[in-house]
Design a protein around this ligand. Structure first.
Ligand SMILES: Nc1nc2c(ncn2[C@@H]2O[C@H](COP(=O)(O)OP(=O)(O)OP(=O)(O)O)[C@@H](O)[C@H]2O)c(=O)[nH]1
Length: 365
């Protein structure tokens, strides 16, 4: 009944998911290559322990990739990779790496962190890493800490890292803002492309797509559906007599009335000027005729007024079930023929008039 606006959001989500997926694969491959390369360099430089530690991180990164390939759990893969990278950087700060250049690798962390997590998590993890770095720098005598850094280095390290972190935060925040604005814009466009401005119902194009997908569902599963093609009677005379604004008001009021009568799963659209189409999934011809008759009688009973004038509003409708048609075009054509015969028969009526339907009406009378 309502026009959905989530497609742009879903598409943006899927694109980002694919982008993150590619990035994670490349990052993992790059991390493995660097670790193998730098580990080998350390080995040939005689720093065997350092080399073994770096190679063991290769196993951790590879295990994380293999875990994801098996489980498909993206958030755990991100968590796993960031934990491994965080641990590696802690090790590099504590050990100094080669020639006390280990902390330089830390600069890779902030952009990675903000891209792979949200701003809050990224900031929290970064602050935690800062805390560890402060402990390492301030207490070089603690176990596992073998590196010592000059005061100048420590000050410059923190100053430049803080600068980089703030810059990454701001860039990521503006990227997210721009992305959300784009998604919102796309959603508004999508909504406008599917919606009739005057009534807020689905427009003709949206209804055509829905009819085609309902027809495919019918071909796959055999679920019948029906349509009701509605035309407001002598609408031109309402416009001529009471003005175009009154006509617009009638279209809006009738649309609202229609929405209160159809089910959540039914879809009402403005098919043309004063023509409406209702798609009724899982509905037989008889059920559709019953609904159309209810809509007709409710419309005839409802008081339509505009600026103190009472407006005479009735509808005629042509109903058709997919059981009687071989395609969507054929279905629409038959509904149109039925609508025409309802008009010909005097308006304010529904066609076809099946026998059981007429009998029901006679019973009610
Ligand atoms: N106010 C208003 N009028 C519209 C709109 N779209 C179409 N119309 C008018 O709807 C009228 C349709 O008139 P006709 O096609 O002659 O049909 P009718 O007067 O309803 O007569 P029958 O269909 O034979 O009962 C025309 O006067 C159109 O200008 C709209 O968005 N607003």
């Amino acid at each position: 009944m309502t026009v959905t606006t989530s497609t742009s959001h879903q598409a943006a989500g899927a694109r980002e998911e694919a982008q993150v997926s590619r990035l994670l694969t490349w990052l993992s491959i790059m991390a493995i290559s660097f670790l193998i390369g730098i580990g080998s360099k350390a080995w040939f430089a005689g720093h065997h322990t350092h080399a073994w530690v770096l190679w063991s991180f290769v196993l951790l990164v590879a295990a994380n990739m293999a875990y994801f390939a098996k489980s498909g759990n993206r958030s755990r893969q991100i968590g796993g990779l960031l934990s491994v990278v965080g641990l590696l950087f802690m090790y590099l700060i504590a050990s100094g790496g080669e020639s006390n250049t280990g902390p330089l690798w830390f600069y890779v962390f902030p952009p990675l962190l903000f891209f792979l997590t949200d701003l809050k998590t990224g900031t929290a993890v970064l602050l935690f890493c800062y805390l560890i770095a402060v402990i390492v720098f301030q207490f070089p005598g603690l176990p596992l800490i073998t590196a010592e850094y000059s005061m100048d280095f420590k000050i410059r390290f923190f100053a430049t890292l803080t600068f980089e972190s703030i810059l990454c935060f701001v860039l990521e925040a503006s990227r997210l803002k721009a992305r959300n604005e784009l998604v919102e814009l796309a959603e508004n466009h999508e909504y406008a492309a599917k919606t009739d401005e005057l009534t807020g119902l689905s427009n003709r194009r949206d209804m055509q797509n829905r009819l085609l997908s309902e027809f495919s569902r019918y071909q796959r599963s055999g679920h019948h559906f029906s349509i009701v093609l509605i035309d407001l009677d002598l609408f031109k005379s309402i416009n001529d007599q009471f003005g175009h604004d009154a006509g617009d008001d009638v279209l809006r009021t009738f649309s609202a009335l229609m929405q209160t009568i159809i089910r959540q799963t039914d879809i009402a659209a403005r098919w043309g000027g004063e023509e409406f189409l209702i798609l009724l999934p899982d509905t037989s011809l008889l059920q559709a005729l019953t609904l159309a008759e209810r809509l007709r009688s409710e419309t005839a009973r409802t008081v339509f007024s505009f600026r103190d004038s009472r407006l005479p509003v009735t509808i005629s409708a042509g109903v058709c079930s997919i059981a009687k048609a071989c395609s969507v075009d054929d279905l629409l054509k038959q509904a149109d023929v039925n609508l025409y015969s309802a008009k010909e028969a005097g308006r304010n009526r529904i066609a076809p008039r099946v026998r059981s339907h007429i009998a029901n009406e006679a019973d009610r009378a």
